[in-house]
Design a binder for this molecule. Structure first.
Ligand code: AMP
Length: 233
């Protein structure tokens, strides 16, 4: 399997809502020819397409709660095992619970022989609230490129820029709490790995990008060396 050969180029982008992980994941993936997988985007697409799984998912998303682990693991697994993930992938928004993180390890162990690079994008919570309140996404293609002025059209497709239902102030606080409760433990799950890195996400996006690129390259090299050592022992 090709998946087996290239897995060490794969990255998990962690961090709270509003940290900029989606933006950085998209940029890094396209610069390196990797597949970006956003489980939030997959869910929003399923809702748009009116898939049965989407009814309960939409209710939970609108309330700022997590969709159940079994559903999310099935979605991630399906996406990861398709051929276009073979060159490597960047995960955005998955795993969000320790159960999901364990399942991801199992998928990797079953189908590949590599190590994942894990990045935590760190941003103070008052800054997150400020960013999420101002965030707009394109109602047709999902882009969240600035500027965010009202009436602004999407720079990519000309679609209407709107506020995400779950970016309203009531839901944002719940999402940040859910992140603290369910996702913070995932960082503890990964923290001791030699391929775990933290980036300061409160800087300008271009600065974050520079630091991220160097960090991911360094961690990938560490991962590749570990893999080699393991294979030859
Ligand atoms: P995001 O676009 O990553 O902020 O995700 C939006 C919403 O989709 C989240 O608030 C959750 O309700 C749901 N969601 C996305 N990914 C996951 C996941 N890995 N586990 C549980 N729920 C998720």
């Amino acid at each position: 399997l090709e998946f087996r050969r290239v897995l060490f180029r794969s990255v998990i982008m962690m961090g709270p809502p509003g940290a900029g992980k989606g933006t950085q994941a998209t940029r890094f993936a396209s610069a390196r020819g990797l597949l970006k997988i956003s489980t939030g985007d997959i869910l929003r697409d399923s809702i748009k397409a009116g898939l049965p799984v989407a009814i309960e998912a939409k209710r939970l998303m609108d309330a700022g709660e997590l969709v159940d682990d079994a559903t999310m693991i099935a979605i991630a697994r399906d996406r990861l095992l398709r051929p276009d993930a073979a060159p490597g992938f960047v995960l955005d928004g998955f795993p969000r619970t320790v159960t999901q993180a364990r399942a991801l390890d199992a998928i990797v162990a079953e189908h590949a022989a590599g190590t994942l690079v894990i990045i935590d994008v760190l941003v103070p919570s008052d800054e997150l609230v400020r960013r999420l309140a101002g965030r707009r996404i394109c109602s047709s293609c999902g882009t969240n490129a600035e500027p965010f002025d009202t009436g602004h059209r999407c720079v990519k497709c000309g679609g209407e820029m709107v506020q995400r239902a779950d970016d309203s102030s009531a839901v944002v606080l719940e999402r940040l709490q859910v992140h603290q409760r369910a996702t913070q433990p995932v960082l503890e799950f990964y923290r001791d790995r030699p391929t775990f890195r933290v980036v300061n996400g409160a800087q300008a996006p271009e600065r974050v990008a520079l630091e991220l690129d160097a960090m991911i390259d360094d961690a990938s090299a560490v991962g590749a060396a570990l893999l080699k050592a393991r294979q030859s022992s």
